[in-house]
Design a protein around this ligand. Sequence first.
Ligand SMILES: Nc1nc2c(ncn2[C@@H]2O[C@H](COP(=O)(O)OP(=O)(O)O)[C@@H](O)[C@H]2O)c(=O)[nH]1
Ligand SMILES: [Mg+2]
Length: 385
Amino acid sequence: MGLVTCKQEREAELQNRQIDTQIRIENQANKRKIKMLLLGVTDSGKSTIVKQMRVNYLDGFNETEVVNAIFVIRNNIIDAFKNICNIILHSDITVTQEEKVLVKLFAYESGKIELMQEVDELNVINAVSGYECIKQFFERFAFHPMVPDHIHYFYPNLDRIASSNYVPTAEDLIHMRQTTLGVHEISFDYTKHIIRLIDVGGQKTERRKWIHFFEGVTAVMFVCSLASFNQTTEEEPKAFVWESSLNKVQNKVLVRSAGKAKVEKPGLINRLDESVDLFKSIRENSFLKMSNFMLFLNKKDLLTKKLTKVVFSDYFPDYKKWITNDNSDVSVAEFIENMFREGLEPEKRMYAHLTQATVTANIEGTFALCCDVIFGKNYEDTNLE
Ligand SMILES: Nc1nc2c(ncn2[C@@H]2O[C@H](COP(=O)(O)OP(=O)(O)O)[C@@H](O)[C@H]2O)c(=O)[nH]1
Ligand SMILES: [Mg+2]
């Protein structure tokens, strides 16, 4: 009898020990898992950062994605020319009688181009891109707010892209614009950790979903396009609902940044202002109070180019009062960073980085700096890196 009890006790103890070991292994695995969220308004560069992580830490792009990119990139170009031709027709740029046919086709009936046979589609893209009116457009209005950012990369590469044997390069895929719908996650090993990086759609209609991913977030990477200072938000008044729902949770009223932009038409919101407001409402969110906040002030290359043609204080008059208001990229970036910091409670730390998400090495380096903070290495409270 005694022996039986002894055996049962030993078996129970063994079982307990096995369960303990299992729990310890699971806890350790969970500790290795780091959840990171990419947030920001649409077109800021979130998905581009995910692409760079895939290039750096996973297998990059597969064959299907590369083939699919041929069509997405050509549609990106058709959409860009649609806007460009529209602006041309409403400007003082001379359009010859011969040019008018295709310029009007792109401006008003671009859907028809997407339905053409590939050879015809390439013919019209090649023809229109060589027009004098298009060249003039790029000389005078390249940084018009209606011109998508990717065209600054695709236009000089059109000879290659609009040819029948085109195979997109990794760089082409990084510059390609594809709106994110829904929520996407990638997972990769980084030092001793497993990073779960979550990418969301930035459109107003998509933002309602964000709050469902706020639990257990180690770091928020908030991405803002520095080049968005002369752009407006997508106009979807209905979708403003999300902001009230997000703020209801934390019981706070959304505060607008002090130096906000001058807006030409009533009802329009400056995209940089929108980004700052969105950042502040997220930074204050109680679910994220334990998270590290990394601000990616992105598209620094486009900011530099844009400032050669556009005067920042025309959009943000408060910049005239800034210490160095020389319209240089450095001073404008500092002003923008300050817009994000203004009004933040001092204990709410934030690490800001100037980035160019289209450059693989730049994102690799910035991500390493962010991880130094997250994993607790020594780190000075940063200003722009
Ligand atoms: N020139 C330039 N283009 C960028 C940069 N970051 C992103 N883009 C481009 O901006 C567009 C929108 O980027 P995407 O990552 O889709 O934005 P999301 O809506 O925030 O996910 C794409 O065409 C990108 O290639 C950058 O630093 N410089
Ligand atoms: Mg995206």
